[in-house]
Design a protein. Structure first.
Length: 380
């Protein structure tokens, strides 16, 4: 049987490739972004209890109402914005799904979507599977800031949306208030939607405030804001998240969602609804993860990598010009096989494979894991 591929240019995602190679070579996996330390006992306890208390059937299509209410309360507390849990919040099976559904909700064939590269690897395929065209703009190396003149120049009558992601995967860069002002200026009076990928909202360091689009009513009216419980509560395998969007946008979003997934894992939603009330659990995250960033960055001084800044996310990038001039993909493979440490080559996040000779390291790991990895990297 022959399939005319909807994604002819897509292979297997770099995360699966590097994790498989890591397992094959018994390497320390600093590639794919996931914690190797246990998640909260309290939260697993709440979900176990929900299962035992028989919360095991379908939840409502938009999500378990007490969870949506807890999200609205949290949004008001963090960003001073009131959202309607009934009409503006939808629980989704992960952040990736929320982004895919938002793009599927708005895109028509021929539409253009501006994406910043390096870009999380699902964005461009999500655009293309909807018959639309990605318009990639490179973040400015080496600090990966947004060139707003380039954004303005890239806008055409076909521009349907802009995808932003802060804190940013893979670089750990974050947008600031000036970026928000530029985004407001560029989108004002247009029909351009914003997909704001904020899965790392709580993984932001050095006391930098997270510039959520939820803070700005003029941005929020055109935004689908996407989150992931997997990132917030160190349980990436749960694949649970949510999308906040104004009622009119949410109504269309739910048309896509209801015939794709319909509703998400009920006991997790019941447990999370209670756990979200524990503000400390998310307010303590920035400091917890910043300590890991600092520890890893300090350890990496034992190696010949030149580490970049990381202000958020699970990730920090490192240049390797003092080690080799080979392509980043080749070095990532060789490091996995010969040094026993898996990383992600940053060229994988560019549609044309732009290679600045940079690797991405995930520091969301136990101290021992980071120490073991750096010991191996220092010997390489
Ligand atoms: N966006 C970015 C930038 C991410 O790094 C991730 C994490 N994998 C996601 C979205 C998706 O999160 P989830 O695992 O909840 O789908
Ligand atoms: N977000 C994670 C990363 O960037 C992994 C997600 C995935 O494997 N799809 O590494």
């Amino acid at each position: 049987m022959h399939i005319q591929s909807k994604l002819p240019n897509v292979g297997t995602t770099i995360f699966s490739v590097m994790s498989a190679l890591s397992t094959e070579h018994n390497a320390v996996n600093l590639g794919q972004g996931f914690p190797d330390f246990p998640m909260s006992d309290e939260l697993t306890g709440l979900v176990n209890e929900a299962m035992r208390n028989n919360f095991n059937q379908y939840s409502p299509m938009p999500g378990w109402m007490p969870l949506r209410e807890a999200i609205a309360e949290k949004v008001e507390f963090l960003y001073s914005t009131k959202i309607n849990p009934d009409t503006e919040t939808t629980i989704t099976p992960g952040g990736t799904y929320a982004i895919y559904s938002a793009l599927t909700t708005i895109l028509q064939p021929g539409d253009e979507v501006i994406v910043f590269e390096p870009a999380y690897d699902s964005y461009i395929p999500n655009i293309e599977i909807n018959g639309a065209k990605a318009v990639p703009i490179s973040l400015v190396y080496p600090d990966y800031h947004i060139d707003w003149v380039a954004v303005q120049n890239a806008i055409t009558p076909k521009t349907k949306a802009i995808i932003i992601n802060s804190p940013h995967n893979p670089t750990g860069s974050v947008i600031n208030e000036e970026d928000i002002q530029q985004l407001r200026k560029i989108t004002a009076g247009t029909n351009i939607f914003i997909i704001s990928d904020e899965v790392y909202e709580h993984l932001i360091f050095d006391d930098i405030p997270h510039q959520s689009t939820l803070r700005y009513p003029d941005l929020l009216q055109r935004s689908f804001v996407c989150f992931s419980f997997g990132k917030t509560y160190n349980c990436t395998g749960w694949k649970l998240g949510y999308c906040i969007a104004p009622a009119g946008l949410t109504k269309e979003f739910r048309k896509v969602h209801q015939f794709n997934c319909f509703s998400c894992h009920t006991p997790s939603q019941v447990g999370l609804a209670l756990f979200l009330k524990n503000r400390d659990a998310y307010l303590s995250l920035p400091a917890f993860m910043q300590e890991k960033r600092d520890y890893f960055k300090q350890l990496m001084q034992q190696t010949r990598f030149t580490m970049h800044d990381s202000f958020g996310s699970y990730f920090i990038c490192g240049s390797y010009e003092r080690i080799s001039d080979e392509a980043d993909k080749d070095l990532a493979i060789r490091l996995t096989k010969e040094a026993g440490v898996a990383t992600i080559p940053v060229s994988a996040f560019y549609h044309h494979g732009k290679d600045d000779k940079v690797l991405r390291f995930c520091f969301s790991k136990k101290k021992e894991t980071l120490e073991m990895a750096v010991e191996k990297l220092a010997r390489f």
